[in-house]
Design a protein around this ligand. Structure first.
Ligand SMILES: [Zn+2]
Length: 634
């Protein structure tokens, strides 16, 4: 974990209020006490069990158990590391975040490795670019000319050529001083059976793949002829996860359009940019992913998809529609309009622009259908045959399936009403069938989500065990009483520092607790105890997020306990309950100690030591009586 000063973290947590941070992903539909409720973005559900408490600065889901502060929320939902999430929120809420040196060796090693890989990729791009303009690059230049790629396009997209041969790039990069391990990390090579590294791209036109900020993170290679495979692409690597990126987004975001056009391949995207349709991006795998939609939603209010008109393209369109609708059902706070376009006569966008011109293409974009209308047409067209007419059974099946994907009741009703005309059924009946299908789907997904969440949590637990500072066995042990005491101490907040209400001896201490981890948290809590307002729970949760309690992520254990410890009716009663709990915890410790001493006394033979033990027992017993008495007086 990187060293970001705690004051910065505290500032980010206080400025990035949980309601607005979460509100970008979740819309709240209900308010109960201090809690706002909405549908959980982390698991499938029909009624809201996800809550946000602005006063505490925490979120929590009663369905799947996820919970934490705004930094934790961003880590979960944006799949960011801790420092990345702090920086991300800092940028949005005007807090300057310094990236400190990494304090764990593993993290800084990884950072260094990533840096070296980025350097390799940049050097490789330079090599390919030069090769395109060398003698060897003639075939590639001819191919680019055949595809009508202009010189300007070749330059601005950094297009290059990987010459034929097995080790051209390898030799070039070795000469630059890179070692085999780093070259392997770059994803630019495959490993031969004898262990040698072989250039992945050979005899191909090379397209560098940039991230949203214009850094090269991978490459795509297009064959110059008809041989297969047509495309070879970088595999996922240390710096590249293809499902998280959109090709040409670094250029498209400069168009400052509220619309992003999404095409299937990078060659299409390049052609569209050249034709002046500069708000185009391309998906980087066979399937469009939810991370890509999330990324798109940061730059646009509307996405227009072009899928190939062959069967594979049609299937991809259905898959993407289902995925996007299911994603938007969860992320109720993300508003993005989804439209699906079809180029006439089954051409691809590139071809169509070349033959029919940019204006005709813009008209196609304009006529793109909203996803619900597209799905209706699909259900109809896929099951209609000129000879036998509409296959009603299949049409009905498809309509119910597609309708169950629509989470917007108005769109669903509209689809049902349209379908009712063809099916001779009442639209209400169709809507209920869609709802049933939706419920089945949600309960199926719920089980799967639960499994995913469990798996994630196990990974998290393992990680915390590894980075744990204390190697003591059972360092994570916390009893129910101890946890209640801690929760109550946090709850009474400033009063804890008010000597008139709580005597110094009645302020909890590190040694009231047994386990190392809880001791560490208590130390943190007491050190940060600010006389005027107490430590913020969001910051406390930040500390808890480093350790385990009873084998569970500590912040989850803590938040679950907050719900379980009953609230008292007045602040005075809260203070009394705090004290009662404290006396109970101390009393239990006392009686355990007494038992131990008694055991020793029974075995002790030396009269002097016996006397000493008796004195100790008497002292402890007196203290125990005092605790009991104080507790009764409350
Ligand atoms: Zn949940």
């Amino acid at each position: 974990m990187a060293k970001i000063p705690e004051s910065t973290i505290d500032e980010v947590l206080s400025k990035a209020d949980i309601e607005s941070v979460v509100g970008k992903y979740v819309s709240f539909t209900k308010k109960t006490g201090q809690n706002l409720f909405g549908l959980c973005p982390f698991h499938s559900e029909k009624t809201p069990s996800f809550s946000v408490n602005s006063q505490k600065g925490l979120y929590r889901c009663f369905g799947c158990g996820k919970g934490g502060n705004s930094i934790g929320f961003i880590m979960e939902i944006e799949k960011m590391s801790f420092p990345e999430a702090v920086k991300y929120l800092g940028d949005q809420y005007g807090v300057h975040v310094e990236w400190g040196e990494d304090d764990s060796k593993g993290a800084s090693d990884l950072k260094e490795r990533k840096k070296r890989v980025m350097n390799i990729l940049t050097d490789a791009a330079g090599y390919y670019y030069k090769a395109l303009n060398s003698n060897a690059g003639k075939a590639a230049r001819d191919y680019a000319a055949k595809r009508q790629l202009s010189q300007k396009t070749l330059v601005s997209f950094g297009i290059g050529y990987a010459p034929d041969g097995f080790d051209n790039l390898y030799k070039f990069l070795k000469q630059k001083g890179y070692n085999d391990a780093d070259l392997k990390d770059s994803g630019l090579f495959t490993v031969a059976r004898n262990g040698n590294l072989i250039d992945l791209f050979r005899g191909r036109l090379i397209v560098p793949i940039f991230d949203a900020f214009g850094k090269i993170i991978a490459f795509g290679g297009r064959n110059l002829g008809a041989e297969l495979p047509k495309y070879v692409n970088s595999p996922d690597s240390l710096v590249y996860k293809k499902k998280n990126h959109l090709y040409a987004l670094n250029f498209a975001k400069q168009a400052k359009s509220k619309q992003l056009i999404i095409v299937e391949g990078y060659m299409d995207a390049i052609a569209m940019h050249q034709a002046g349709i500069t708000n185009t991006v391309a998906a980087l795998g066979t399937a469009f992913t939810d991370s890509q939609l999330q990324l798109a939603s940061k730059y646009a209010e509307e996405v227009v998809f072009f899928f190939d008109s062959d069967n594979a393209g049609k299937n991809a369109a259905l898959r993407a529609s289902q995925m996007m609708l299911s994603y938007l059902r969860r992320m109720t706070g993300i508003k993005i309009r989804i439209r699906i376009a079809a180029v006439p006569n089954g051409k691809d966008p590139d071809e169509y622009i070349k033959n029919d011109g940019v204006e005709a293409f813009k008209a196609v974009v304009k006529s793109a259908k909203d996803v619900n209308d597209y799905l209706f047409s699909r259900a109809y067209d896929d099951n209609y045959d000129a000879d036998s007419g509409l296959d009603q059974t299949k049409f009905q099946e498809d309509i119910i399936t597609y309708g169950s994907w629509l989470y917007d009741p108005i769109k669903r009703e509209k689809m049902a009403a349209q379908a009712a005309q063809y099916l001779g059924a009442r639209s209400e009946t169709i809507v209920s069938a869609m709802e049933r299908a939706e419920n089945d789907d949600i309960s199926k997904k719920f089980t799967q989500d639960q499994r995913d969440i469990e798996r994630e949590q196990n990974k998290e637990i393992e990680q915390r065990q590894q980075t744990s500072k204390t190697a003591a066995p059972k360092a994570d042990i916390v009893t129910r009483d101890e946890m209640e005491l801690f929760v109550r101490a946090v709850r009474i907040g400033p009063s804890l520092a008010d000597a008139k209400r709580i005597a110094r001896t009645d302020v909890l201490r590190k040694n009231d607790f047994g386990g190392e981890n809880i001791k560490e948290v208590i130390t943190f809590f007491l050190e940060h105890f600010d006389a005027s307002k107490g430590v913020s729970e969001a910051l406390l949760v930040n500390k808890l997020s480093e350790v385990l309690f009873n084998g569970m992520p500590a912040e989850k254990f803590y938040m679950a306990m907050c719900d379980k410890v009953p609230m008292e009716s007045t602040p005075e009663a809260e203070i009394d309950m705090y004290k009662k709990t404290l006396y109970e915890v101390r009393g239990k410790k006392c009686s355990k100690e007494l038992l131990k001493l008694q055991g020793r006394l029974n075995k002790e033979e030396d009269p002097a030591k016996k006397q000493e033990l008796i004195a100790n027992i008497e002292k402890l017993d007196k203290y125990y009586q005092l605790l009991q008495q104080k507790s009764e007086e409350l």
